[in-house]
Design a protein. Structure first.
Length: 358
């Protein structure tokens, strides 16, 4: 006997399967929709953050930020950020030479590099210049040469200070052969204490040769047995006999400069006008240099005029009956009124120069 299937049970089973399928499909759709919303939410959040970051960058002006950044010594990276006015628009002079083991090689160019940054002394504090030099060397030089160059820089600074002290101690005229030779000996003693023979030769050999030339020129000028014409001939012979070198070129330039200064002084005493001075200077040094010297004359005359007024007013303040602190305040205010910041730094040295020349 064959049993036939119950038709009613079959349709109930089929309906149940369809309902389960529909339910599974609904669950899947809910999950997919939830994931989509989550993805959209994250995408919108990310986009919002990106837009905010982009707007923040666009709102900031990088050039303005750099311009307004206060460059303190501890902020230097290359050493040439925000250079003082006298060095702006210039390239760093000098060089740093190393050997195949990255060790420093002392050269005249290395000394020029130190002098380049030190020339801004007066515009910048010495601590700032030191930081510039260290940053420049570390940014351009591998080790161990970098540390060697920094150490030598501070030795060179010590040398300059000790030489300045030696020169200030001399109580003999600047044209005294005896005083010059004594100073040269003292300076060489300082060098031997601070530098190796190789460094001394690299840094100072050209300078020593030029000093020897200057000393010989002074001896000829002070030789009373020679006439003026014979002195001029002796100077020319000495210059011509110098071997062709940087020293000879410098000596020739110095001779031209000395001639320029002598003729300028002579013409001013005779009452030469600006045009006559310009023509004479053009003949000796060229038109561009002549115009620069004319401009320098104007600046010097203007400074001298203000300096003379400053000395007169300063003397009146000094002679007044106010307290010492009040005098200092008045003199400081006077200096600020008559001179720029850089000019104020020159006042002490210029006043000493003027007093010695009177």
């Amino acid at each position: 006997m064959i049993n036939k299937p119950n038709r009613k049970g079959f349709w109930l089973l089929l309906a149940g399967l369809i309902m389960l399928a529909v339910l599974a499909l609904l669950v899947l759709m809910v999950k997919l929709n939830a994931n989509k919303q989550s993805t959209n939410t994250k995408s919108e959040t990310s986009t919002s953050e990106t837009i905010e970051t982009s707007n923040s960058i666009q709102d900031s002006d990088p050039e303005q930020s750099i311009e307004d950044l206060p460059y303190r010594p501890d902020n230097f990276i290359t050493g040439v950020e925000d250079l003082p006015r006298s060095l702006q628009g210039t390239e760093v002079d000098g060089e740093i030479i190393i050997n195949d083991k990255a060790q420093l090689v002392a050269t005249r160019g290395l000394r020029r590099l130190y002098d380049y940054f030190l020339s801004a002394l007066g515009e910048e504090e010495s601590e700032t210049i030191d930081a510039r030099v260290e940053a420049y060397i570390l940014n351009t030089t591998p080790q161990p040469a970098a540390n060697e160059a920094i150490k030598l820089y501070y030795q060179y600074q010590t040398y300059l200070k000790q030489v300045a002290a030696i020169q200030s101690q001399s109580n003999k005229p600047a044209n005294s052969i005896e005083a010059i030779e004594k100073q040269q000996q003292q300076v060489k003693t300082v060098r031997r204490q601070l530098f190796t023979p190789k460094v001394e030769a690299a840094f100072f050999s050209t300078e020593d040769q030029l000093q020897a030339y200057n000393k010989q020129m002074l001896k000829i000028a002070q030789d009373k047995s020679l006439s003026n014409a014979e002195k001029q001939q002796a100077k020319q012979r000495y210059l011509q006999n110098l071997p062709g070198s940087l020293t000879k070129k410098q000596a020739e330039q110095q001779a031209n400069l000395q001639q320029l200064m002598t003729r300028t002084e002579q013409m001013k005493k005779r009452g030469a006008n600006d045009q006559q001075l310009l023509e004479m200077r053009t003949e000796l040094v060229g038109i561009e240099a002549a115009h620069r010297l004319a401009e320098l004359d104007k600046q010097t005359q203007d400074f001298d005029r203000r300096f003379e007024s400053y000395q007169q007013q300063k003397q009146q303040i000094t002679d007044s009956n106010v307290s010492a602190s009040e005098k200092q305040q008045q003199i400081a205010a006077l200096e600020k009124r008559l001179f720029s910041d850089n000019e104020q730094k020159r006042l002490v040295g210029y006043e000493q120069f003027k007093n010695q020349s009177q």
